[in-house]
Design a protein around this ligand. Structure first.
Ligand SMILES: Cc1cc2nc3c(=O)[nH]c(=O)nc-3n(C[C@H](O)[C@H](O)[C@H](O)COP(=O)(O)OP(=O)(O)OC[C@H]3O[C@@H](n4cnc5c(N)ncnc54)[C@H](O)[C@@H]3O)c2cc1C
Length: 367
């Protein structure tokens, strides 16, 4: 079996890695540089709290792999299970948290529910006006800049061939499979995997599988380095997603959310819109008042694909034998990345996956 994976973000590199580890011949083709799409821009949150319940088995598979990332990849991608604290500031958010906690328990995911005294004792300085919080001790974060190159290098170590700066490939369906012509050469394969992130629909459309996906950019920023005091990833229960932050070991506080993602014009780049800055910072200071006097040193955004029903596309094509998709991760793909790669490799190599993914099939849009 010869596989071509299109797209060198977290999904493409992890799929290539897990395929190569199973002994499958795989070529990864990235039109630009490895890991420079949505993945590099990510906040790096590895959270299960608040997730679509159907996704919890995949998220659990992924978390197990994040815990093994050092051994799997042969390097530290800064995965730290520091815990995920989600603060609550009003009754509506408390009720949402309780509903989620109850619904998630049968799926094997249990979150701690904290009252204000417990928040102040365990996390001094965080959310002093919070009326409650959830805490998930095994979740955490990793470094979005390190992870795709680490998966690509580890895939190469297991025999995968990695081609970057390949331009947008021309794809032709053949009787035997697929011919893919790139700036780095022409390749054939019997399996093609579409891991092109927000650009995935352009490939799917070539095979008569349109997907309602909008490209948008979450709004991110980072402070100057400060003494390292904040251990968990901190967010808030809020129907608009709320703001979130984490402090990296070097001291900078990375933050995001609190404002809607910005629309990205077709063919354009995601940008940070300073019009939302005051709103974003007001929410951030609610999470950690000590941040009121810090300097923001950088803002950015990233191009992420949001499918209309807020679920990614994952699994076999509904129109074309040998074609598979894993794209459009709707702002929550970083946590899932290793699990997506492992599940896609299992599906391609064995014809089935232990982890249920049917609810993410592209065929849900075929009607
Ligand atoms: C600002 C921001 C913050 C985020 N924060 C979080 C978070 O905290 N937690 C979380 O779980 N998720 C988060 N996400 C979402 C997460 O980062 C993404 O879902 C995930 O990284 C998507 O990975 P990907 O490989 O599908 O896409 P990408 O990383 O975008 O990779 C796709 C790659 O495909 C390449 N490509 C495109 N077209 C072609 C083609 N025709 N041929 C070959 N290559 C092609 C692109 O150049 C790109 O490198 C965030 C996203 C953004 C943008």
């Amino acid at each position: 079996m010869q596989v071509i994976v299109l797209g060198g973000g977290l999904m493409g590199t992890s799929t290539a890695f897990f395929l190569a580890r199973r002994g499958v011949k795989v070529r990864l083709i990235e039109r630009g540089y490895i890991g420079t799409g949505a993945t590099v821009a990510s906040f790096g949150n590895i959270r299960r709290t608040g997730r679509n319940l159907n996704q919890l088995p995949l998220a659990a598979r992924s978390l197990a792999l994040w815990n093994q990332s050092q051994e799997l990849l042969g390097r530290d991608v800064e995965f730290r299970a520091t815990g995920h604290l989600r603060l609550i500031f009003d009754a509506e958010a408390r009720s949402d948290m309780q509903t989620f906690a109850e619904a998630a328990r049968p799926w094997g995911f249990d979150i701690d529910q904290l009252e204000p005294a417990e928040i102040q004792r365990r996390f001094p300085g965080l959310g002093p006006s919070a009326i409650a919080a959830s805490f998930s001790p095994r979740d955490g974060s990793a470094n979005p800049r390190l992870v795709s190159p680490a998966f690509a290098d580890a895939a190469a170590h297991h025999g995968a061939e990695i081609f970057s700066q390949a331009g947008v490939p021309e794809i032709r369906k053949t009787e035997a499979g697929f011919d893919v012509t790139t700036a780095q050469g022409r390749f054939s394969a019997d399996i093609l995997v579409n891991c092109a992130g927000g650009w995935g629909p352009a490939i799917a459309e070539q095979f008569d599988e349109p997907v309602p996906l909008a490209i948008r950019g979450p709004q991110m920023g980072v402070t100057e380095p400060l003494p390292h005091r904040i251990l968990p990833v901190v967010g808030m229960w809020a129907r608009d997603g709320g703001a979130y932050l984490r402090q990296v070991e070097r001291g900078n506080v990375v933050f995001g959310g609190g404002v809607p993602q910005v629309d990205v014009p077709e063919g354009g780049f995601a940008h940070y819109d300073p019009a939302g800055l005051t709103r974003q910072l007001t929410k951030l200071v609610r999470l950690c008042p000590a941040l009121a006097d810090t300097t923001i040193i950088r803002h950015w955004s990233g191009t992420e694909g949001y499918v209309s029903d807020k679920l990614p596309i994952m699994g076999a094509s509904g129109t074309t034998a040998g074609l598979f998709h894993a794209f459009g991760f709707c702002g929550h793909g970083f946590q899932l990345g290793p699990g997506v790669g492992d599940t896609m490799a299992e599906l391609i190599a064995t014809g089935a996956s232990e982890t249920p993914i049917d609810y993410m099939s592209i065929t849900r849009f075929s009607a």
